[in-house]
Design a protein around this ligand. Structure first.
Ligand SMILES: CCC/C=C/C(=O)SCCNC(=O)CCNC(=O)[C@H](O)C(C)(C)COP(=O)([O-])OP(=O)([O-])OC[C@H]1O[C@@H](n2cnc3c(N)ncnc32)[C@H](O)[C@@H]1OP(=O)([O-])[O-]
Ligand SMILES: NC(=O)C1=CN([C@@H]2O[C@H](COP(=O)(O)OP(=O)(O)OC[C@H]3O[C@@H](n4cnc5c(N)ncnc54)[C@H](OP(=O)(O)O)[C@@H]3O)[C@@H](O)[C@H]2O)C=CC1
Length: 283
């Protein structure tokens, strides 16, 4: 697997078959953080094709512009805004821009996130804080900003947080496992606290999904990912997008506080070593 082969193909995303009915998201607006990344972009394409107005958010304006241009080229209603979810002021500014446009998303997909592989014993203070600030604090900031709009406008809302498999099998990224376990616990708690506001909060835990985000891992580690689950293959971003359409849409109206593993069973069996597997574990 080369670095180039990790890039998603917009023309494939424009035509990939889906189980969902065209129009099932008509009249809905979806805000997707990390919308120009792998999972976020696939989710934006799917929701857009199902009729949603999609707003992509991320740090890199070039990546956002390219993704939006590809979607608009196929007639989808797509726009973008820059945001750095690590910065509270940046998240506030994003939502203030949406307020000025009189736009309130119905669905928030938090796909912005990431980490670097390193043995935990070597984490620096800054490295740990960066990953926790991105994945736990950044996700929380987006959730709170959206929920305040829904509360103030008496509108229902749905949140889908993209996390990682936390209970077993993912090693070399302990900072992100800790941060995402926090997001899952937070989501379960808010599913109750925000139920009176008609806000549903769910998570998707992807297994190994081939995306540009994999470039952060060495090729020799990536080569092991397809054997890290009982189904003996890597997943595709589209498979996460379809889960997103389920949890974010009407089919999941009675589902909240759930974490859906789309991971080929890796939450039950298998190991993903993002750093070299210590000889200690070799048979
Ligand atoms: C199948 C497997 C599971 C897959 C799961 C996935 O999620 S895949 C897809 C998911 N997608 C991704 O994961 C996307 C890719 N990931 C990222 O963008 C980054 O990992 C990020 C989240 C840290 C943000 O990065 P950024 O560039 O915005 O941040 P920055 O440059 O400001 O760094 C801040 C500090 O972090 C530290 N530090 C950073 N890197 C390393 C390292 N290699 N080594 C050691 N330390 C490192 C360092 O302390 C640095 O500060 P310094 O010492 O330089 O002053
Ligand atoms: N691919 C996989 O195997 C798995 C992925 N995941 C998780 O799924 C999510 C999506 O990952 P994936 O699509 O694979 O990876 P990508 O790296 O392709 O996408 C991640 C996106 O997050 C955005 N992002 C990162 N940091 C910030 C920030 N501080 N503010 C705003 N945007 C940010 C990036 O945008 P920009 O470049 O513009 O900053 C990027 O587009 C992540 O949380 C990831 O950890 C979980 C399990 C497995």
């Amino acid at each position: 697997m080369t670095d180039d082969s990790l890039d998603l193909d917009d023309s494939a995303l424009a035509e990939h078959p889906t189980v969902y009915a065209v129009g099932s998201f008509s009249g809905h607006t979806a805000l997707i953080s990390g919308g120009a990344g792998g999972i976020g972009r696939a989710s934006a394409w799917l929701l857009g094709r199902l009729g949603a107005r999609v707003i992509l958010a991320g740090r890199d304006p070039g990546k956002l512009d390219a993704a939006v241009a590809a979607m608009r080229g196929r007639g989808l209603d797509a726009t973008s805004h820059t945001v750095d979810i690590r910065e509270p002021d940046s998240v506030s500014a994003l939502f203030e821009r949406l307020d000025q446009e009189r736009t309130t998303p119905d669905l928030l997909v938090n796909s912005a996130g990431g980490q670097f592989p390193q043995p935990a014993i070597d984490f620096s203070e800054k490295g740990w804080n960066t990953v926790v600030n991105t994945n736990l604090n950044g996700t929380w900031r987006m959730m709170q900003a959206a929920a305040r709009r829904w509360r103030d406008q008496s509108k229902p809302g749905a949140i889908v947080n993209i996390v990682v498999v936390t209970q077993q099998g993912l090693y070399g990224v302990a900072h992100t496992v800790a941060a995402r376990a926090g997001v899952i616990a937070l989501s379960e708690n808010l599913a109750v606290e925000w139920a009176p506001l008609k806000i549903r909060v769910n998570c998707i835990a992807p297994g190994a999904i081939e995306t540009p985000g994999w470039r952060v891992y060495k090729p020799e580690q990536r080569e092991t990912y397809a054997r890290s689950n009982p189904m003996m293959r890597a997943g595709q971003a589209w498979e996460i997008a379809e889960a997103c359409a389920y949890l974010g849409g009407a089919a999941a109206d009675f589902v909240t506080g759930e974490t859906l593993h789309v991971a080929g069973g890796s939450q039950l069996w298998g190991e993903t070593w993002t750093i070299p597997r210590p000889g200690y574990f070799k048979s």
